[in-house]
Design a protein around this ligand. Sequence first.
Ligand SMILES: *[C@@H]1O[C@H](CO)[C@@H](O)[C@H](O)[C@H]1NC(C)=O
Ligand SMILES: *[C@@H]1O[C@H](CO)[C@@H](O)[C@H](O)[C@H]1NC(C)=O
Ligand SMILES: *[C@@H]1O[C@H](CO)[C@@H](O)[C@H](O)[C@H]1NC(C)=O
Ligand SMILES: *[C@@H]1O[C@H](CO)[C@@H](O)[C@H](O)[C@H]1NC(C)=O
Length: 380
Amino acid sequence: MSLLFFLFFLFFFLSFVVSSSSAQSYPYGLSYNIDCGSTTDSTDPFNATWLSDRFFTGGTTSIVSEPLQFHHPQEKTLRFFPLSSGKKNCYVIPNLPSGRYYVRTFTVYDNYDGKSQSPSFDVSVEGTLVFSWRSPWPEELARTGAYSDLFVFITDGEADICFYSIATDSPVIGSLQIVQVDPESYDAVSDGQKFILVNYGRLSCSSGQWGPGFSNDTDHFGRSWQSDSQFRVTDSGSPVRTMSTTNSISLTGDSHNYFPMKLYQSAIVVGGKGILMYNLDVDAKLDYLLWFHFAEIDSTVTKAGQRVFDIVINDKNATRVDIYKEVGSFRAYTWSYTVKNLSSTTLTVKLVTVAGAALISGLENYALVPADVATLPEAR
Ligand SMILES: *[C@@H]1O[C@H](CO)[C@@H](O)[C@H](O)[C@H]1NC(C)=O
Ligand SMILES: *[C@@H]1O[C@H](CO)[C@@H](O)[C@H](O)[C@H]1NC(C)=O
Ligand SMILES: *[C@@H]1O[C@H](CO)[C@@H](O)[C@H](O)[C@H]1NC(C)=O
Ligand SMILES: *[C@@H]1O[C@H](CO)[C@@H](O)[C@H](O)[C@H]1NC(C)=O
């Protein structure tokens, strides 16, 4: 009994120590933003520098058919890999210190070739298949393009991002970004090197899309955050409301995840029967890492027990959360969970109110894609 109490107390104390070193400077400065298909460097409306196209092994450049529809210069040009360039083409980014990297691609078709047929192709990172594009793409996607991202360890000094043509289709890429991140982010210490974390949803509750490429808000890792609204299941028995604060939230902006403070300054709160539900689209037969973000931003909550809820994942009760009890108010609290070998193509996350009203600030979902064994040092 007393030992448990001591451990809890020590943990609490440690988290206070961490908060005093809030907003550390970010020690991983290396990043490349490559404007595929462009011959010139440029600066976007958010003051990010884009480099002219480089580090590719082949292919040809083109321009989307409706350039005025795209906001940023780096979205208007693209590189494509016709069959004459071979079945496999890559971007090979050299001289990268060993470590963990965030890789983001912008993929767009917009009928650049006048054939009205979006292509089928696969993309690998460090030898592991990460994205599969299959024709026909949904109408909206083909027109406006999409960002995709992941976290990967690079230990061979260069990032290999490769495109594989399916049948006679030409793979395309609009832009490519790579940002060095904290090697211990997202609990990578133990066996993180064995997996690539592929983004299947990075939700910011009750806000629009924000972060690098979408707003002036910063995120040291380059992560952008999307609105949770289209993933939230509406239920008239459990109406939701939004809540936000301009107060500063501590325990943000620190190693190892450097989550931006803005994430915790808005939230969704559920009323009525108190069940808040999200449906996340996934691919079956993989493990998924869910990362939950909370902060008590209601100043009327002043003690433990006032806001308590259970997190139920695919109908399994995973944990009980009392944000105030864990960290107090106006402090960030995160909790993560791995869903093993999912058999369905939907992942359901429910917050079930026990006391007060369940609240959530953000939710990330990553597929844990096993890194190609051939790239692991122990494989011969
Ligand atoms: C972002 O910041 C720059 C410079 O501070 C400003 O010129 C620009 O209008 C801002 N963009 C948006 C979308 O707020
Ligand atoms: C834009 O970035 C440059 C350096 O990359 C910096 O010197 C300049 O102050 C920035 N401008 C704004 C408005 O933030
Ligand atoms: C859900 O699990 C948590 C922790 O395992 C437990 O404290 C809580 O009582 C459970 N909820 C229900 C409704 O059983
Ligand atoms: C994953 O689940 C499927 C059935 O849904 C099963 O056939 C397979 O063996 C499982 N794989 C692992 C690694 O547990």
